[in-house]
Design a protein around this ligand. Sequence first.
Ligand SMILES: *Cc1c(COP(=O)(O)O)cnc(C)c1O
Length: 463
Amino acid sequence: MSQKYRKLPAVGKLLQSPIVKSWLSEYPLSKISKAASSLVDQMRCEIEELLPDDFQESVVLRRLKAMLEKDLQPNLKRVINATGVVLHTNLGRAILSKESTDMIVQVAESYNNLELNLDSGKRGSRYSHVEDLLCELTGAEAAMVVNNNAAAVLLVLREMAMGGEVIVSRGELVEIGGSFRVSEVMKESQATMVEVGTTNKTHLYDYENHITEATKLLLKVHTSNFRVVGFTKSVSSEELVELGNKKGIPVYEDLGSGMLFDLKARRIGDEPTVQEVVKSGVDIVSFSGDKLLGGPQAGIIVGKKKYIDRIKKNQLNRALRVDKFTVAALQGTLLHYVKEEYEKIPTLQLITETEEQQLEKAHMLVNQIKESKLAIECEIIPGFSQIGGGALPLEQLPTHLVSIAYPNHSVSRAVDFMRQAPNPVVPRVFQDRIQLDVRTILPEEFPLVVETLKFVEKRCSNE
Ligand SMILES: *Cc1c(COP(=O)(O)O)cnc(C)c1O
């Protein structure tokens, strides 16, 4: 054992090696020396398992080089989504169109008129680049954008109801992913939540009976990620607006997903469009930019001008404001809607693609896999994709899956290697099969999927 310790290379000696010196054009000395000491520490821990050969300088240097390469590679990177969940929060939700991405690159590479009015030469507003588009598309009088919809809810409650009461139905007290809860946001905003009705039934009189001098807002929250079925009753936006008008209390609807393109017309789901909700007379509506809208992460607030103006002036707004990349990407996405180029919005495209299109894609992928002569069994089977992102939880989109069996290896190891590959693939697993849902795999990613399957085979056979 002590002999092994004596064989451990010294950091100083490693740094003197001509090979390490040749790396100095690529990596700073401080980084190499840090990696070298952590490698030596790691080898000290592993010493019992190490073989005499592992101490050879060439072996140590190879490990050091691999460590440096791994450390200095971007860690946020492309992941191939083979889950079939179109809006996957862990995988970054909506993907953007070419036009939107180009706009992000353009404002990143050059100065721009984010807050300069080019007509007057005066200071402009960053919202101006999307406000008119949002008003045109939703029919609202005014609009603004913040960091995400959670921020929008916080900001609206704070401006409209701080120190007062907000009435909300017990059937709508949602918790969404990342532990965003209506009750917690209400606390943060310093408004008092008044829960009315029951889990399954809330009537208009439940709201009416709880209106007091202190009532500042009537809140309706979209139950994005769950449905209560059976003996149920909830109050519609129209009914709530009528009550609000009668009592002089504004109505705010947190719409969650916020759909501008009517998926109902394609027989998908029962989600109301933002336009429909605005038309019902709701005073303030907020929704996410990166759910069904298919844009960047953002919280969009639209509604009556007198309220939006107040919300824009709230101090908190400055802390929640969007950056130029979001404005650029959102503008790009909204322009597709205005031009009615829905097929250019990847989220809408992926959701509305037919079962036949999926079958065609599945055949393309299987052919590429077969050409690569991998030792796996694969077949095409029917299945269902999901929309995800807390939108339309019950909707099942018919799709086709490439189902893969590894006759000689454990499926769970194969899945680990798929994730850890240079081109990570996140699949579904069902019983002892890996399932690739082609709906969310872009055709240009098929060769990368094959590369990853090769990587998995190599790693599995090394075990
Ligand atoms: C998703 C969602 C939010 C939060 O939106 P983010 O943009 O993710 O912050 C808030 N309310 C509802 C009802 C939602 O579905």
